[in-house]
Design a protein around this ligand. Sequence first.
Ligand code: FAD
Length: 315
Amino acid sequence: MAEVLVLVDHVDGEVKKVTTELLTAARRLGEPSAVWVGDGAEEGVARLAEFGAAKVYVASGELNDYVTAPTAELLAKLARDAEAAAVLVSATAQNKEIAGRLAVKLDSGVLTDVVDVDADAVAEHSVFGGAVVTHARVRTGAPVIAVRPNSIPAAPAETPGEAIRESVAVELSDTARAARVVERVKQEQGARPELTEAAIVVSGGRGVGSDDFSVVENLADSLGAAVGASRAAVDSGWYPNQFQVGQTGKTVAPQLYIALGISGAIQHRAGMQTSKSIVAVNKDPEAPIFELSDFGVIGDLHKVAPQLTEEINRR
Ligand code: FAD
């Protein structure tokens, strides 16, 4: 069976959920091999094997000092050596750049914002902010596929084996060394779950009315949820931009998404419309968010959300 390379997303040795989703998709295309760039691989190998990785290529050391170009060179080398059937990465801004560079090196093609992929490497992807779904297939070479987090449900392999670890190195070109990371600053997450991995997300929009997001945060905390924000709220400086949900923010697909004072613009929907249940609180009965909501409350969020928080905390 042909190898399918999966670039691992990890934080401090912990494999991110999106990687388990990519491995699930990779199993449809061939035999998954994970590619780990950076330290901490020994902690993640078992998790990768659980989701079907037969091999884990580990490149640590110098490669970690750079951003996109060296990883693209590494993946190109591995893909050529293994005659890989495809390369899968998560559709983050950084990985989409890696995907583009890699496709050029492999003389193949890249598909981004993919939400599903079948055994023939036909990818479904979401374009124009989720308004149109298209199907596409790369016709030459090993396709490079950037998959959106939370699009493909992760499932452990039926017969997980033990992933073989293999250290790899790549001779970096001058181009790859052009930009070096000088500092990494960890974004404070607080006690709340990571936005893209949370089972419940409570987001606030312009309707919150000020940078006092406590009405959103209190409801989120009562539910053990992550906090998100619309771009209007982020652009107003009310909430940090790493919490923006939407086309130019994060994509989330929690079990429950609660939108407080968010109108439901197409660019916001693009980041949350695949949530399992959507609840909206909006004072405008005509707000487009109600078109995709499972439950809607027409009312002032500053009255509704605190009542909801109080009731949840009471139980
Ligand atoms: P508004 O559209 O102003 O809606 C506010 C809502 O709050 C209204 O429906 C109003 O009825 C309601 N409201 C007001 N007061 C209350 C109250 N007291 N109680 C209850 N309801 C109340 N947007 C994103 O969110 N994410 C993106 O990633 C994103 N990317 C974009 C990319 C591009 C290229 C472009 C052009 C736009 C993008 N946008 C994005 C912006 C998007 O078009 C909208 O402008 C934005 O989503 C609106 O945010 P909002 O719903 O909070 O604000």
